[in-house]
Write a protein that binds this ligand. Sequence first.
Ligand code: MF3
Ligand code: CO
Ligand code: CO
Length: 312
Amino acid sequence: MGKRQEKEKRARRRVASERRGHPGRRVPVRAGRLSPDRAVPANIPRPPYAPDAPPFLPAVPPDELPDRMRAAGHAGREVLLELADAVNVGMTTDELDRICHEACIARGGYPSPLHYKGFPKSLCTSVNEVICHGIPDDRALLDGDIVNCDVTIYLHGVHGDCNATFFVGDVDDEGRRLVQVTKEALWKGIDQVRPGARLYEVGRAIQTHAEAAGFGVVRSFVGHGVGEEFHTAPAVLHYYDPSNDLVLTPGLTFTIEPMINEGSWELGRIWPDGWTAPTRDGSRSAQFEHSLLVTATGVEVLTMLPGEPHGT
Ligand code: MF3
Ligand code: CO
Ligand code: CO
């Protein structure tokens, strides 16, 4: 056994012994049971990767992209706000998935995660030490959990992608600080976006803020170009890498979605489900995401509703 493995084993034992006799302590998240597949009505236009998508899709005329992206972004945000209201102690992540599924369809959209590269549900729900890509199941949310809900809707031929981390009941001070710092880090990144800026300025601002607070920045998952495709170039790193040097130009649409860990930045082993991505050290992870459009003078946050303030 290597030195690092020994150290981790000791750390796990210590956590386990500290938890004994403290039934209120946080227990690791485990895989639950999935509900039967949810159907999408035949009249809802599907993305190309859906099993029952039409063989050809007309391309979106480039001049229509901003308006369509705005519509998809706003719809995604509305769905996310519906989930914010629904999150509660005792609610299962599968119920959140149902709400998301139905809210996307009610807006004439397709829930983008469903059948994307084999993902089985319409929403990603990532609890506590799960960094991202958690699959909704029959686990009931516990008092003190944090849960990220990541909504993407395919509407008018484009994807709108956003997420937020919510508190379940009473969350301890450190958990609240983690979530607050992560949201601030997203906005530090958004504030770098303008024509002529380099993409690494985004990652640098996020990393500086997160690490000053004593937290770790996840490297294994990144933001991405978004539009007719769910995930496309460029990769948007949430840490400083001078080679991430794309110059931003008006019309570019991409996400920023920092995942920030209470402890080490490192990714653990992906669950046997092929998706769920936990932290290596079992510490909690928070995330916030917006889809953005580079404008002639700065940035438009596509996944914010008119009237929502900067920093939301
Ligand atoms: N919405 C996620 C993102 O921000 C991607 C989820 S892919 C899925 O990029 F297949 F897990 F849904
Ligand atoms: Co995204
Ligand atoms: Co997302």
